[in-house]
Design a protein around this ligand. Structure first.
Ligand SMILES: [Zn+2]
Length: 356
């Protein structure tokens, strides 16, 4: 079975969420927790964007992680400049991160209307920037920003941007639904077409990642769909923190991949750490945890209705889609005006009270 790699961007894209802030020291603590839970890649920030991001890479430089590789994030070179002169690429190299994730433009609307660039120069920026970083002995991941929107607008050009990154030397193309406006059916079709395109070119060595946003409440669904269509890397954040409506929530994506899709991505032991990881990141961000959050929320396995409790006491599968302990969570039985005899019996047993 192909391994699905887990790529966390809580410390970069997550921090672009409103009211989410982590100091470099907070980021280091979170990175250690992510590593302990078996995350494969930890994106630490954009070193060219602010001194705080640079400081994190200094803090993390000499730390040996058990599972994770640290990634620095940044953009391709500026138009009309050489890679050697580009401050952003220089900061990526100076960060000392063994992995560099650079993003480039896939959508001709952005290239021409927003960047005031030409399509040819955009392709050169992608190819040369990837090649420049590869020559510095870095593992380079290419984030194709706005890929799905770009493909819908001009498929042949969007594919050319990916080919430029491959010509530069990367073996990993991350397809991004940057605006979060795509639906699972679109993600499925486009991802399959892109994977097939490179296969027919004899490039079975190229792997694909998926990076989604939650503007249509589809980030997790789109991520899972892309994996089903051939992606072998998932990018997301803990608790779904991120710009606007957030990123794909890894606290849901990871259990779905492991438990529902039987992907080789995390050990059973590490999966049990997901709840603690979620709470730790909430606490560090000083944002209250969401009780209804799937898998890790306090209410994710809480039963209130008498009929439900009665059934769960006979067989938990009656109203639980997984065993809560698989993700470090627990079953809870609530007492209210909707309770039946079973709720009281369960509670009495839980509290060690003999009802006689
Ligand atoms: Zn993003």
């Amino acid at each position: 079975m192909t391994k699905t790699r887990l790529y966390d961007t809580t410390l970069r894209d997550g921090m672009q969420g409103e009211n989410i802030f982590f100091s470099p020291e907070d980021k280091l603590k979170i990175a250690k927790k992510l590593d302990d839970a078996g995350i494969h890649y930890i994106e630490g920030g954009w070193p060219g964007s602010n001194p705080g991001a640079q400081h994190f890479f200094e803090l993390v430089r000499d730390i040996k992680f058990k599972n994770a590789k640290i990634a620095a994030f940044g953009s391709t070179r500026r138009q009309g400049k050489s890679c050697e002169q580009d401050a952003n690429l220089l900061a990526l190299i100076d960060s000392g991160a063994p992995v560099v994730t650079i993003f480039g433009k896939s959508w001709d609307l952005h290239v021409e209307s927003i960047m005031d660039n030409t399509r040819e120069e955009n392709l050169a920026m992608i190819q040369e920037s990837v090649a420049h970083l590869m020559a510095k002995d870095r593992e380079v991941l290419y984030d194709a920003e706005h890929f799905y929107d770009g493909y819908k607008a001009n498929g042949p050009y969007a594919l050319k941007t990916l080919e430029a990154a491959v010509e530069g030397g990367t073996r990993c193309l991350v397809l991004c639904d940057t605006n979060g406006g795509s639906l699972p059916c679109e993600i499925d079709t486009i991802t399959r077409e892109v994977v097939a395109h490179f296969k027919t070119q004899g490039r079975s060595d190229i792997t694909f990642g998926i990076h989604t946003h939650n503007d249509c409440a589809m980030a997790v669904a789109n991520t899972v769909t892309a994996v089903h269509a051939g992606a072998t890397m998932v990018q997301g954040t803990i608790n779904g923190y991120g710009e606007r409506c957030g990123n794909a929530d890894l606290t849901a994506v990871i259990p779905i991949l492991a438990l529902k899709m039987k992907q080789d991505c995390i050990t059973d032991e590490n999966l049990k750490k997901i709840l603690n990881l979620s709470r730790f990141v909430s606490e560090t961000a000083n944002v209250p945890p969401v009780n209804s959050r799937p898998f890790v929320g306090k209410s994710a396995f809480a039963h209130k209705g008498g009929v439900h409790v009665s059934a769960v006491m006979k067989n938990p599968r009656a109203y639980e889609h997984i065993f809560p302990s698989l993700v470090g969570n627990e079953r809870r039985v609530l007492v209210s005006e909707q309770s039946g005899k079973s709720n009281i019996t369960y509670k009495a047993k839980e509290l060690g009270v003999d009802l006689g």
